[in-house]
Design a protein around this ligand. Sequence first.
Ligand SMILES: NC(=O)C1=CN([C@@H]2O[C@H](COP(=O)(O)OP(=O)(O)OC[C@H]3O[C@@H](n4cnc5c(N)ncnc54)[C@H](OP(=O)(O)O)[C@@H]3O)[C@@H](O)[C@H]2O)C=CC1
Ligand SMILES: CC(C)(CO)C(=O)C(=O)O
Length: 339
Amino acid sequence: MTGHKVLLIGAGGVGTIVAYGIHLAGNSELSIVVRRDFAKVNDVGYNIDSIDYGIVEGWKPENIYPSVAAAASSGTVYQYVIITTKNLPDIAKVEELAEPVITPGVTVVVLIQNGFDLCRPFFDKYPKNVVISGITYVGSHNSGGSVHQTQPDRSFFGSGRNPYIPEDLQESKVKEFLSIYSNGRNKPVYITNEREYRYKKLIYNAAMNTSCALAGVDTGRLELSGALDAVAIPAMREIIAIAKADGINLPNDCINNAIHGDDGDWFEPSMLIDVKKGNPIELEVILGNVLRVAEELNVKTPCLSLLYGLLKAVQFRLRENQGHFTLPIDRPISERFYK
Ligand SMILES: NC(=O)C1=CN([C@@H]2O[C@H](COP(=O)(O)OP(=O)(O)OC[C@H]3O[C@@H](n4cnc5c(N)ncnc54)[C@H](OP(=O)(O)O)[C@@H]3O)[C@@H](O)[C@H]2O)C=CC1
Ligand SMILES: CC(C)(CO)C(=O)C(=O)O
């Protein structure tokens, strides 16, 4: 197979569906990095049960590597590096993870992850590289090489707007990526306003994921308990206010659409699932980044800030339980004076 040299890092729920979609499109030489499941996937491939693609057994791309370093040592100059890991800058920065496979001025980075302002750290580190921002509403999970995609791959791709590169070049790369990814069965959409799409998705992720993760309940229980009205909806209004101060008027029905998207489901947003599994949460990209923008724009965010403050303690607990740090047996005494 010849074509665009594409590497995907993060072959989880989203990543395997993106990789398979690119494979079906047939315009690329596709490589993927598979960490924990490398031995199994390298041996027997993926089994995929997909609402878009049906049952697929034993699928493998052209190249499978156990690490980013191994993908780099193949000597390939990747034209596209797609990142579909969780985005956890407080633990490992994705712009550093991908460094061995990014050729300055050549590689286009595609970030398909939840959160806000994800491209900024890439522009600082790689001022000559195009970064594409991918907002996805897919529902997909990978367990040891068995992938179950329950929600169609509805995804939107736009230029991250690198200030150091002409915008028309960046737009042309977004269009090229869509030709690499579109296969007639998925529906990737070209957008010119990625920030607006990021804000729209934050309506859900910054308010529902966070409230459910903190309370330990699904979205149905959040509603029936009254916490949806008391906390999540005011938090959504704060996202609308931040977007407005940022020059973006979100549509009138954005809260209504976000809430009714779960109708009939006792739905568990990804942040709740991470807490239940004991995994770190994408707190900084889903909430921290937008709160930093709110501060720059002088927007008051009482609900979001409270959610953020308490979830920092949750993240601390999750990280301590995963052994990221250990605390001394005796609690250190603080000499701080509290007025
Ligand atoms: N799943 C979904 O339905 C949706 C997810 N999203 C967003 O998409 C992004 C991806 O989510 P999701 O697919 O669910 O996440 P998963 O946890 O399923 O997958 C992440 C993958 O990244 C891999 N990974 C992490 N670090 C590295 C590393 N250093 N080197 C190589 N591989 C690595 C993990 O490997 P390992 O198994 O070894 O840990 C894992 O396979 C997130 O930002 C999420 O919020 C958005 C919409 C829906
Ligand atoms: C709402 C959803 C499922 C959209 O894909 C999501 O982004 C999440 O749970 O984090």
